[in-house]
Design a protein around this ligand. Structure first.
Ligand code: SAH
Length: 345
């Protein structure tokens, strides 16, 4: 293990088999070494700074039916909503006041948000706040659409690949969705000049260590600017409602590994991690993550954007979340900073 870790940290690359061994052979000692190395390289790039992204959950209406997701089309118990142009801009106003310089528009694949409407929202935010980055996380769209939204000012796009194994992908999604299209979208986004984020859930149903090794290999090769990983957490009204949640320890271990594969990557310590462990986000940061994505959505809709059960921070105002996170980060020696927080080349 020591030899594998040494080689990973020096060459930023291992074979698929080696990644798999790194996962199956992990123990407290290897986790500790990986943590120390990853915290050190993260410091070289980003110091003690933690970047924040204001997450605006624009709609929970979705045409897709992903088996793991609480806002899937088939969940008839989900109470649907979508925010208006003005409501989204009001979230950005509040966020700007609180020191956010990146806004992430995330939502289900809601056809109401066609190019014209979305373009208007992006332009609205960028003209009012030219010093801010706009990130989209709105699922699969056509290359033309991605191109148009980029021309309206969108800077970044988050589209988790979910799993880099097409067989596993087919077990998490209905037949009408395809691994190939997901990957095509990621390539299109990259070619159009977005900063791109991929990512996956840890402990999703049917996931093997081999699958995780494939995810790591994919990240090594694709070299995304951002990478979102968090534990799978069941949602009671989905086909995976009775499966086990992913584990904190493995999620943090993988955060460290990803930091070593790709030292400059922007790596969030996710809300899902904070949901399965009250100190999950702190643990993520101490394992090599450097980004937090607190919620800026109106409190009235937060509970409805429930991708998984018991999601945290659905009752607090944005200002409270911002305060709480600053305090938590300071306590472990990090500082939330007010800046766009771009990827460092
Ligand atoms: N519709 C957009 C946004 C999806 S929500 C898209 O397709 O990209 C953002 C991420 O939440 C998903 O990519 C998925 O990885 C994660 N997610 C969904 N359901 C989850 C669950 N039950 N547990 C943990 N993460 C989940």
């Amino acid at each position: 293990m020591r030899e594998l870790i040494r080689r990973l940290s020096e060459t930023h690359s291992l074979t698929l088999e080696e990644y798999e061994r790194l996962i199956t052979g992990r123990d407290e000692e290897s986790a500790k070494i990986l943590r120390a190395l990853s915290v050190r390289v993260r410091r070289d790039f980003y110091g003690n700074d933690i970047y924040i992204r204001g997450l605006i959950e624009v709609s929970n209406i979705c045409r897709n039916d992903c088996y793991y997701c609480g806002i899937r089309r088939g969940n008839s118990r989900c109470e649907r909503y979508r925010l208006s142009h003005d409501e989204i801009l009001a979230c950005a106003d509040e966020g700007y006041r609180l020191g956010f310089r990146t806004f992430v528009l995330q939502g289900g694949e809601d056809l109401y948000f066609n190019d014209e409407r979305l373009g208007g929202i992006i332009r609205g935010i960028k003209s009012k706040y030219p010093d801010c980055a706009v990130t989209l996380s709105l699922g699969e769209r056509s290359r033309e659409s991605y191109k148009f939204l980029r021309s309206c000012g969108a800077d970044r796009y988050l589209l988790r690949h979910e799993t880099a194994d097409s067989g596993h992908y087919a077990k998490l999604h209905p037949a009408e969705m395809s691994y190939d299209n997901r990957m095509k979208c990621l390539r299109d986004l990259r070619e159009l000049g977005y900063q791109v984020g991929c990512g996956f859930m840890v402990g999703s149903p049917f996931q093997t260590s081999r699958n995780l090794a494939e995810d790591l290999k994919f990240i090594e090769e694709f070299r995304p600017e951002m990478c979102g990983i968090g534990p799978f957490i069941p949602h009671k009204d989905t086909p995976f409602g009775n499966y086990h949640a992913g584990i904190v320890e493995l999620t943090c271990y993988l955060l460290s590994v990803i930091r070593l594969i790709h030292p400059a990557v922007l790596l969030p310590s996710t809300t899902a991690l904070g949901t399965i462990d009250p100190l999950g986000r702190e643990k993520g940061i101490m394992s090599g993550a450097n980004v937090l994505m607190p919620n800026l959505s109106p409190v009235s809709v937060r509970k409805k954007y429930e991708l998984y059960d018991n999601k945290i921070c659905t009752g607090e105002e944005s200002a409270q979340c911002r305060e709480c996170l600053s305090r938590r980060m300071r306590k472990i020696g990090y500082e939330i900073v007010t800046c766009r927080g771009d990827f460092k080349r």
